[in-house]
Design a protein around this ligand. Structure first.
Ligand code: AHG
Ligand code: MN
Ligand code: MN
Ligand code: MN
Length: 334
């Protein structure tokens, strides 16, 4: 094994020197790095630490919280408040924003502390997702509307995946880089520099149990893929569904494909299933930075003007040519 490895800290410092920066990103991401290591540790200990199962409470989304949803949320809140970089935070697990009293920071942090909750008890990959926004000058962060900035305003975003290994995948708007946690020395090492999503793909991820609720353009795309070499696409497709957005996006970054959680007739009233501010926007930023596309089905996700902290949205993301095709099917239908 080579010891000439680049750690996350070195990578962030290099970027700082290259840009002649103030250490802003280094500092913003340091607490998140520690947070993800701590959550990884708790996920790994699983049943031994009594971390599996329900917490017995419900979140603002109307979901039953798992013990790890609650624990990961507490770790995020506590660890990212330390540096004073973040003036306020918003989370899937909190109805309202969390103000960091006394912090002089000019950044806002939004997160999904534990993504893929239904996988916790069955020892399958879960993750964490985060998005960082700037707090505009002269604005008070107790006003929750300061969080309602479109995805194009994100200054950084990323996710941690707690899978067969733990990884942190990041963008600060200069491409996407992946770091693997060396559990023995507790350090993230750059293992996936400059991750790129292939433009073409023949693999899709969608919860097909909802097919009877799909809109015609989604049904058309999936039917054509399922028809394989006999159909209009004239090639066979493969299918995957992990039930954790983090794992689906990670797979797409590694080998291409499309992930869809579309608006359908059953979830249309809520606007979809996935949450714009701490699931769709950060993942859209990463996917676009890796050369892919992320849309609602019709529109670019990062252009949407958010209306609420917990707003839901349709999500179609991944390999550019496939996502463009799905967008075209929607336009042809409308
Ligand atoms: P969370 O666990 O943070 O609430 O998110 C779960 C999301 C997402 O990660 C995943 O793609 C989707 O829900 C799975 O939905 P199904 O249960 O319909 O498969
Ligand atoms: Mn949830
Ligand atoms: Mn989630
Ligand atoms: Mn979650």
């Amino acid at each position: 094994m080579s010891y000439k490895r680049i750690t996350l800290s070195q990578f962030l410092m290099d970027g700082q020197h290259r840009r002649g920066g103030s250490g802003r990103f280094t500092s913003l991401l340091t607490d998140i790095r520690t947070t993800c290591k701590m959550i990884s540790h708790e996920v790994n200990r699983g049943a031994m630490a009594g971390n599996l199962g329900l917490a017995g409470t419900e979140n603002v989304q109307g979901e039953d919280q798992k013990k790890l949803d609650v624990l990961a949320n507490e770790i995020f809140l506590h660890m990212t408040a330390q540096s004073g970089n973040y003036a306020a935070m918003a989370s899937e697990e909190l109805e309202d924003v969390h103000i960091v009293h006394g912090a002089s920071g000019r950044y806002l942090l939004l997160f999904d502390p534990l993504d893929g909750s239904s996988n916790i008890d069955i020892n399958i990959a879960v993750g964490s997702i985060f998005s960082i926004l700037h707090l505009p000058d002269g604005v008070d962060c107790s006003d929750r509307s300061v969080f309602l900035q479109p995805g194009v305003k994100q200054v950084a975003a990323g996710y941690a995946i707690y899978g067969s290994s733990t990884m942190l995948v990041l963008t600060t708007g200069e491409g996407v880089n992946g770091f693997t946690l060396d559990q023995n020395i507790g350090v993230f090492v750059l293992t996936h520099p400059n991750m790129r999503i292939s433009e073409d793909a023949s693999e899709f991820a969608i919860n097909a149990s909802r097919s009877r609720f799909w809109e015609p353009p989604v049904k058309r795309y999936i039917d054509e893929a399922l028809a394989g070499t006999e159909g209009p696409r004239a090639k066979d497709f493969n299918m995957r569904w992990v039930a954790a957005m983090v794992a689906e996006v990670h797979r797409i970054l590694c080998r291409g494909g499309v992930f869809m959680y579309p608006v359908d007739v059953r979830n249309a009233k809520q606007g979809g299933k996935l949450r714009l501010m701490y699931e769709a926007n950060p993942m859209a930023f990463i996917v676009e930075q890796a050369g892919g596309m992320a849309i609602t089905g019709r529109d670019r996700i990062m252009d949407l003007q958010p209306q609420g902290l917990h707003q839901r949205v349709g999500v179609v993301l991944g390999s550019k040519n496939e996502v463009e095709r799905i967008q075209r099917y929607h336009r042809e239908y409308d």
